[in-house]
Design a protein around this ligand. Structure first.
Ligand code: F6P
Length: 536
């Protein structure tokens, strides 16, 4: 029988089974966990049993995950709709370890990395300075993959930051660049224009505004600009000298690009040594992903759990819940990684996707989320599988009691989700609060937690550059495996195009009003509103 059907039957059979019952008299916690070095991934608080795991692994086998993995790492053009290879893994491959046939491409990567490191060292040491002295501030102007990775990682590695302050401007909303430039000194600021294509309207608009801002104060604004891009000719047109242009190939997708030149702001903040440790963490995860059997393979397991929850059980979203404040931007980063990659409607051959595709990903750090949306996670009618991330140690030894509370909360949440609170327990609580009779019944029902809500926990000793690299690569490969199982192309993003095209046609209509008559009624009404408010 078809494995998808068998899994659906299995899901129907086990749906009401208590997850907590799976622990009775067993070594479930260790049997349903996997490790990479000191990192531990515990998925025992899901409703997956040994048979389900085997069936899910069968699904990965049948989809050809191992073959596609080999194809990806060896540089085959697996991004078939754009005719491109997918080789971001090469950006974090150490010298001497390039896969067969990729030596030349790897050599280019290593040379660029060395150039980035030399530039970062110069900036950090003051050998490269602004027209008013040592660089104190760096502004990375980019959007999507040219922003979210560096933003997320720079915050994550704040304890390692000893370079210039880094700021990030992404939104075309003038408020973003206005508020960022306020208070900065153009004479000691380095502006990095991060855009793979060097055509993205938001980035080019912000870059031009930053250049005008700088030109008001310094004689040679272009001298304090660097570019991270695959489009060398366009960076020259913009006026950025080739020595400060750091390029990468078309086989690095935007949302997979933090490992190369797009990570320059991170490197400036933490230094080349820590940046290389971040790459080493990513590479360690690559090696694990390539070598570990599926039943012990963290990215594969994370993907199979994702498939079980989203496609088999039909839970439309999943929450990423880092109990690690410095991973505050991880959910936003993963939204692009997962939803731009796997939010597709057709399979590789163009047929309608037979299963729902990428889940909706959202989240916030704990404990803040507890005081916002956890109510729905615990008592709402929809099940939201939760993915907790947790560092055993913080970076603030003087505040160890804070960290203990943080950990206690993380563990309490996954336990509460699994265990719930029965009506009998709720009645006792309501009775102790003085309720009686019918009112006791009513009050008790509001205090019931259904429980049996699945979660996983990824725990690591401390959020170091190496661990961050492992985490990011873990999620990248998870997305890849889910994409292969769903039969879709995880590496294009045609779905972002239509809105961009329409924005281009609407901008002149907003400016002059000409052509507004041809718009649909709603859009026309909104255009008229804006033009009237602007006094046009
Ligand atoms: O929004 C689509 C997208 O192409 C993303 O995939 C990409 O990360 C982002 O825009 C930025 O693109 P670029 O680096 O070319 O400016």
């Amino acid at each position: 029988m078809d494995l998808w059907k068998r899994l659906a039957d299995k899901a129907a059979a086990v749906d009401a089974r208590a997850i907590s019952a799976l622990f009775e008299g067993s070594g479930r916690a260790s049997e349903f966990s996997a490790r990479l070095g000191e990192m531990l991934f515990d998925y025992s608080k899901t409703n997956i049993d040994g048979e389900t795991r085997e069936m899910l692994i069968g699904l990965a086998d049948a989809a050809g995950v191992a073959e596609r993995r080999t194809a990806m790492f060896s540089g085959e053009k697996i991004n078939e709709t754009e005719g491109r290879a997918v080789l971001h893994t090469l950006l974090r491959t150490p010298a001497g370890a390039a896969p067969a046939g990729l030596d030349e491409a790897h050599e280019g990567v290593l040379q660029t990395l060395d150039r980035m490191a030399a530039f970062a060292d110069d900036v950090r040491a003051g050998r490269f300075s602004g027209q008013g002295g040592k660089i104190t501030d760096v502004i990375n102007i980019g959007i999507g993959g040219s922003d979210l990775g560096p933003v997320m990682a720079t915050l994550a590695l704040a304890p390692h930051a000893d370079g210039p302050r880094c700021h990030f401007v992404s939104n075309v909303d003038g408020a973003h660049i206005h508020d960022t430039l306020k208070g900065l000194d153009p004479a000691t600021t380095l502006v990095i224009v991060a855009s793979k294509t060097f055509t993205t309207i938001e980035t080019m608009t912000n870059a031009a505004t930053a250049r005008d801002w700088m030109a008001e104060t310094v004689a040679h604004p272009g001298a304090q600009f660097a570019a991270l891009s695959s489009a060398g000719a366009k960076t020259a047109e913009f006026g950025i000298a080739a020595e400060r242009v750091f390029g990468f190939e078309d086989w690095v997708g935007g949302r997979y690009s933090v490992w190369g030149p797009i990570g320059l702001s991170l490197m400036l903040a933490v230094g080349p040594g820590d940046f290389r440790a971040f790459l080493a963490g990513g590479h360690a995860m690559d090696t694990h992903f390539r070598e570990a059997p599926f039943a012990e393979n963290l990215p594969v397991l994370l993907a199979l759990i994702g498939i079980w929850h989203a496609q088999i059980l039909g839970h439309a979203s999943r929450a990423v819940l880092p109990y690690d404040q410095r991973l505050a931007r991880l959910p936003a980063y993963l939204q692009q990684l997962e939803m731009e990659s796997n939010g597709k409607r057709v399979t590789m051959d163009g047929a309608d996707a037979p299963h729902p595709t990428g889940p909706i990903v959202w989240g916030e750090p704990g404990t803040n989320g507890q005081h916002a949306f956890y109510q729905l996670i615990h008592q709402g009618t929809r099940v939201v599988p939760c993915e907790f991330l947790l560092a055993a140690r913080g970076h603030e030894p003087d505040l160890a009691h804070h960290h203990r509370l943080l950990v206690a909360n993380a563990l309490a949440q996954s336990k509460a989700l699994m265990r719930g609170r029965s009506l009998a327990e709720a009645r006792e609580i309501a009775a102790a609060q003085g309720y009686e009779g019918a009112e006791l019944d009513r009050q008790a029902r509001h205090r019931v937690f259904p429980g049996n809500r699945p979660s996983t926990t990824l725990i690591y000793p401390q959020l170091t550059p190496h661990v961050l690299g492992q985490i990011v690569a873990l999620y990248e490969h998870r997305v890849f495996v889910e994409g292969v199982i769903l039969g879709i192309n995880s590496f294009d993003q045609w779905g972002v195009e239509l809105g961009k095209e329409l924005a281009k046609t609407l901008e002149p209509i907003l400016a002059t009003g000409a052509g507004a008559d041809a718009l649909d009624g709603s859009t026309r009404q909104l255009v008229d509103y804006v033009r009237k408010a602007a006094g046009e």
